[in-house]
Design a protein around this ligand. Structure first.
Ligand SMILES: Cc1ncc(COP(=O)(O)O)c(C=O)c1O
Length: 438
């Protein structure tokens, strides 16, 4: 496989054009709705673009199925979370059939699996998370710890602290097995970490950490929201037990599209979720007085799935499966290499710092750059430079290559516009826009 250096000087736009000419995924960009061809959309790690095929799929569902079949549609919609889960698992998680459901939100799935894991380790009182984890995971785990009287340890890898914070010396927020080992003992029921850190983009060693926690008798819930669809995940081979993630980032399934959960076959009969909804009932339509859960993946489903949402997921993950996750991961790696090379040449001299690991095997599809004026710079890029990045408090700008809809020249142009906008000091013209969303 060629490396970035084989394509020439990264600061020359012709290098990005050569990368594009060699890109086996190049044709996918035209399969997305792009209303502004001059926009550099570098935020596919937050919300992916809309596939054209999704418009057709949802329209057909409404007209041919819902509109025509009415309630009879449920006879074939009822179990749709499972084949869609199998597709998503096959396309992006390295998961054999029967271990993934597409349902609910990442937050709900996270709560379900964390409580189920803790209950499966009775007598153990310690749960561990890191300070740089996504807020929903930290807040939900803190709530669970309070609810069940557990000892919550927050590994303080970004200086922000949190409940039960203990300082750890982590490079780019990354929790290594060596860092975690100091906190492992036979009181730890659960550890939860991200496969790709939402802010720094770091990628911890999933297999080594899973093995370490298992060797102490605990379980890990992985949040792969920023990883699935950007890197080559192999949950079955890595021996992962439990994971959750969303579908609206690199999965391109739309705002608020249903999330997924992965429960290894090994654990399906052992775990009991706390929200005992009727879709988990083994004989669902017997409507009986007692909850008797299905012992397979349906035992983790709560309620009626959003069929419209599932069709969005089915359409976009069929595209991912066809494109091939190895091709996608390779493009994310070289695309972020290009970003880092341009960061070194253009952005470091303007006072930016790189907050993401330089080695592509230690990151995913986005890089994060720091600047004291990050918030205003991110706003100025949208307003004056036709670049969409995103800002994360306190001083970070994330820049992503979503391998199917983003081209190499789009990345190159985006980086050049960032350089020019900051050189012009566009950000000095930005006042707080008053939006809650950053
Ligand atoms: C790592 C991570 N986990 C969880 C979530 C929240 O997911 P949801 O709002 O779908 O529950 C996000 C959202 O961006 C995320 O980045």
């Amino acid at each position: 496989m060629k490396s970035l250096a084989d394509y020439g000087d990264p600061t020359d736009r012709a290098t990005a054009e050569r990368l594009e000419a060699d890109d086996v995924l190049a044709q996918y960009k035209s399969q997305f709705v792009i209303t502004n061809p001059n926009l550099c959309y570098l935020d596919g790690n937050s919300l992916g673009r809309l596939p054209r095929a999704t418009v057709t799929a949802v329209n057909e569902l409404m007209v041919r199925e819902w509109g025509h079949e009415l309630v009879d549609g449920w006879s074939h919609w009822i179990d749709e979370a499972q084949p869609t889960g199998d597709l998503l698992g096959r396309a992006t998680l390295g998961a054999a059939a029967g271990q993934v459901l597409v349902c609910d939100t990442t937050s709900v799935n996270f709560y379900q699996l964390c409580v189920a894991a803790i209950k499966a380790r009775p007598g153990r009182k310690t749960v561990i998370i890191d300070a740089a984890n996504f807020p929903t995971d930290r807040f939900i785990l803190a709530g669970i710890a309070e609810q069940f009287g557990l000892n919550l340890i927050t590994l303080n890898n970004d200086g922000m602290g949190g409940p039960g914070a203990v300082d750890v010396d982590a490079d780019c927020e990354m929790i290594t097995p060596e860092i975690l080992e100091r906190f492992m003992n036979d009181d730890v029921a659960l550890v939860t970490l991200q496969v790709i850190h939402y802010r720094s983009g770091s990628r911890p060693q999933v297999k080594a950490i899973t093995d370490l926690v298992r060797s102490h008798g605990g379980l890990v819930v992985w949040d792969a929201s920023h990883a699935a669809g950007a890197i080559d995940i192999q949950f079955d081979d890595w021996g992962v037990d439990l994971a959750v993630g969303c579908t609206y980032k690199y999965g391109n399934s739309g705002p608020g599209s249903p999330a997924w959960l992965y429960v290894s076959k090994r654990l399906q009969g052992e775990l009991r979720v706390p929200i005992q909804g009727w879709f988990a009932q083994d004989d669902q339509f017997s409507m009986g007085p007692f909850f008797e859960p299905n012992q397979q993946i349906r035992g983790f489903q709560i309620a009626s799935p959003s069929i419209m949402g599932l069709r969005c997921v089915k359409t976009s993950y069929s595209m991912i499966e066809e494109a091939g996750i190895k091709n996608i991961a390779a493009k994310a790696a070289i695309g972020t290499d290009l970003m880092i090379a341009l960061f070194d040449a253009w952005l470091a001299p303007l006072g930016f710092t790189l907050l993401t690991p330089r080695e592509s095997s230690n990151r995913g599809g986005h890089i994060t750059i720091g600047h004291p004026e990050a918030k205003r710079i991110a706003a100025a890029l949208r307003k004056y430079a036709n670049v969409v990045p995103d800002y994360r408090t306190p001083n970070s700008i994330r820049l992503a290559i979503a391998p199917l809809p983003t081209s190499f020249t789009e990345v190159w142009d985006g980086m050049a516009r960032i350089r020019d906008s900051v050189t012009r000091r566009d950000y000095l013209r930005i006042d707080d826009n008053g939006s809650r969303v950053t």
